[in-house]
Design a protein around this ligand. Structure first.
Ligand code: PEP
Ligand code: MG
Length: 747
């Protein structure tokens, strides 16, 4: 690139800055900018298209096209060349626009006489705001330098749009971050909450996209990159040798932080007149555009690393750390692109709700949110760029919806819903200490699932009779290194203390599949859900299992103890695991530690194979618990983590209910205590049907106990069973319609 082009570009930005500093309406500013660019680039047309909603672009200003088309011409994202630039974030530069794939002619603009077309995306920190276009009659490709100049101008336009410089009439010129926006995500954790946004990573504000002194900006950039490199080296020194995954990420950070290409591109942006932070933003936006398009998992990971690194650099340059000095609102709803389980746990119960752009139903953060019993919506695309700290927000975890800056109608409807839920909660509180005895006189034990100390207060609050499932892996998942035996013993002991004599069923470490420990060597398995997980790991590498069993026996310190093994697929596995318990008891006895006054050892029935195990197995186990989440995914061969298939098969499917009924029968024949601890136990209709199929203990999220109990005590299970059997005899695939219809007729 020649010095002349750099100087020209700086002059252009200088004039842009003058336009911005003049008192004028948003429309006037835009018009002056399109005139300026057309003149400066000696091209007949310059137009600016901005988004009027997330899917529609609008021509907001033009020099060269017909003025009457302004605010009239619109296209959808991906439509025509402008829509394509907006969707991909990539430049289109062509001498013969009508020949380009996707070209769409807009007659009202009079653009048919222009052959050349160049469009660049107007985007800020990866957020797409619009498209800047130049066109000319002569068939020519715009030069690389001209395109570069356009990109630099587009960057400045993006920062100015964000700062509100183009606010005017109509949706496309409306002030940003002020309007109601509805985000459709997915349910992470049910429940509803109203509150105010607390951003996990507040947005960086760039107030000075244009700089006069490139030398000074270059020095600022270099100083910031130096301090970034030092901080990456420090992070690398801080990670343990065993932390291979984290090390790999940090090595990638170091590689990028020392990348000449990255630095050179930012230096060129600065030479063109951008400030150091705008240069970082420009390159980061390009990275995010590539990230959106990348399908290769490795490439995506590395682009994520580069994106994260750019964020750090931007925070160093602007001095805007996570601490903005803002006070957390009294009713905070956390909004983040993503968050780790330990960080979420740090916020703890202060939060009213959580909204994530990423996440998955089984991710660790989701598990923690469940423990904290706060509503959580995942997959709320772009919310972290749209929301501002303090914005009013409603989280509807049941529907996976988020209303940002809700209007009065939404607010009223939502508050009505909450009021109804409050009335229901009061009703649940009134039956909290009553047993769940059905109308036909059957007693159903309702117990709760837990995994963190934070769960234990719910034991009293929910009216749960015991802890039917304590997922011990959560303690492992929220740490960055393997917990020690003494730590675990102390924790389990505290759990037993808090349970105040109520039974707690400790499930031994259930890792693998979707639950991956950062500090354990990752296994590259073709199908992790069917892979080396849970008890398979415990038996093949018994070190951790032994340590955990010892910790449990020590924690019990003579009190009763219940241990349950996850994911047992055949009798032999149970025998081998049980032998480990016996060995642990023998060792503890020799060491002089008190043994549990009463010990129960059970298994989770999560694979169809175990339902067909020999009778001896059923007699041998002290109890069985159906892990419906896993059992269902294997029964239907539908991955519970795969959004495409996970809801495809109904729990109330006749085949599945029949299968559960068979398990109940086998347990009755062999006298094996049986419970059900998958998520379905906490869904009132499903819980009713499970009870109708003969299950007498249901373990669920504490928040579900009230709704499930309230429905159970109003139901005649014998009558419901007859409805289920009839529906199944009639050849229905699911009994749900018949059950719902029957419930409607009940008093
Ligand atoms: C289950 O599979 O139903 C279960 C309770 O275990 P998890 O959800 O922890 O796999
Ligand atoms: Mg399971």
């Amino acid at each position: 690139m020649t010095k002349d082009f750099q100087t020209d570009s700086r002059k252009l930005l200088g004039r842009l800055r003058e336009i911005m500093s003049e008192e004028a309406t948003g429309q006037t500013r835009l018009d002056r900018i399109t005139q300026l660019i057309a003149k400066d680039m000696r091209t007949e047309v310059c137009s600016i298209y901005l988004f009027r909603d997330s899917d529609t672009l609008e021509l907001c200003s033009t020099e060269g096209l017909k003025p009457e088309a302004v605010h009239e011409t619109r296209m959808r994202l991906g439509e025509g060349l402008v829509g394509r630039v907006a969707r991909t974030g990539k430049v289109i530069n062509t001498a013969d626009a009508p020949k380009e794939i996707g070209f769409r002619y807009m007659p009202e603009t009079g653009e048919e006489i222009y052959s050349s077309f160049a469009g660049v995306s107007v985007q800020r920190l990866g957020e797409k705001l619009g498209v800047l276009v130049v066109q000319s009659k002569t068939a020519r490709q715009y030069s690389e330098d001209e395109i570069y100049a356009l990109e630099v101008v587009a960057m400045v336009l993006a920062e100015m749009t964000e700062l509100g410089a183009f606010v005017g009439e109509g949706a496309a010129l409306s002030a940003r971050h002020k309007h109601p926006v509805l985000f459709r995500g997915a349910t992470g954790q049910e429940g509803s909450a109203e509150g105010h946004v607390w951003l996990h990573e507040p947005r960086v504000v760039i107030t000075n996209p244009i700089a006069e002194d490139p030398h000074r900006e270059s020095e600022r950039l270099h100083a910031a990159v130096d301090s970034l490199r030092v901080s990456v080296d420090q992070m690398l020194d801080g990670v343990g040798k065993g932390d291979a995954e984290q090390r790999e990420v940090l090595e990638a950070y170091r590689m990028f932080a020392h990348s000449r290409g990255w630095l050179t591109r930012m230096e060129e942006d600065i030479a063109r007149g951008l400030s150091a932070e705008a240069a970082v933003d420009k390159e980061q936006s390009a990275t995010r555009a590539r990230l959106e398009m990348a399908s290769d998992a490795y490439l995506r990971d590395r682009l994520h690393d580069l994106d994260d690194l750019s964020n750090r650099l931007l925070r160093i340059l602007t001095g805007q750390g996570k601490e903005t000095g803002a006070d957390m609102p009294a009713d905070p709803i956390l909004v983040a692109r993503n968050i780790g389980p330990a960080e979420l746990l740090d916020y703890g119960r202060n939060l009213r709700g959580v909204v994530l752009e990423g996440g998955s139903v089984g991710s660790h953060a989701v598990i923690v949110a469940r423990s904290l019993a706060i509503p959580l919506v995942i997959h709320a695309a772009r919310i972290a760029t749209e929301a501002l700290n303090g914005d009013h927000i409603i989280v509807d975890g049941d529907g996976g919806l988020v209303h940002l800056r809700p209007d009065e109608t939404v607010l009223t409807a939502f508050r009505d819903k909450i009021a109804m839920q409050t009335v229901a909660q009061q009703r649940y509180a009134s039956i909290r200490d009553k047993p769940a005895i059905t109308k036909c006189g059957k007693t159903i034990a309702l117990t709760m699932n837990a995994g963190l100390m934070a769960d234990l207060p719910s034991l009293a609050g929910s009216g749960a009779e015991e802890v039917g499932l304590f997922r011990t892996e959560l303690q492992f998942l929220i740490r960055s290194q393997m917990p020690k035996r003494t730590e675990l013993a102390a924790l389990y002991s505290k759990v037993l203390d808090s349970a105040g004599g109520k039974r707690v069923v400790f499930r031994t470490l259930d890792i693998g599949s979707d639950k991956v420990l950062s500090y354990m060597k990752p296994n590259d398995e073709p199908n992790p859900a069917l892979g080396w997980r849970a008890i398979r790991v415990g038996l093949d590498k018994p070190g951790v299992l032994r340590m955990q069993l010892q910790a449990l026996i020590r924690a019990a310190a003579g009190r009763p103890l219940s241990i349950m093994f996850p994911f047992v697929a055949q009798y032999e596995e149970y025998k081998a695991a049980r032998a480990e318990v016996d060995k642990a008891l023998a060792r503890e006895r020799i060491l002089g530690h008190p043994l549990p006054q009463k010990l129960e050892v059970g298994a989770m029935l999560e694979t169809p194979s175990l339902a067909f195990a020999p009778n001896q197995f059923f007699r041998d186990v002290d109890f069985l618990s159906i892990g419906g989440n896993d059992l269902k995914q294997f029964f239907f061969a539908a991955d519970r983590e795969n959004e495409r298939v996970r809801r495809r098969y109904d729990t109330l499917n006749v085949s599945f209910l029949t299968f559960l009924g068979n398990i109940v029968d086998r347990c009755l024949e062999t006298g094996t205590p049986l419970s059900f601890c998958g998520e379905d136990a906490g869904r009132p209709i499903e819980a009713l049907c499970l009870a109708a199929m003969g299950l007498r203990t249901l373990s669920m999220r504490p928040a579900s106990i009230g709704p499930v109990k309230s429905l159970l005590i109003r139901t005649d299970l014998d009558a419901l069973r007859a409805v289920i059997l009839k529906a199944s005899e009639e050849g229905n695939q699911s009994v749900r319609p018949a059950v719902m219809e029957w419930l409607r007729t009940q008093p």
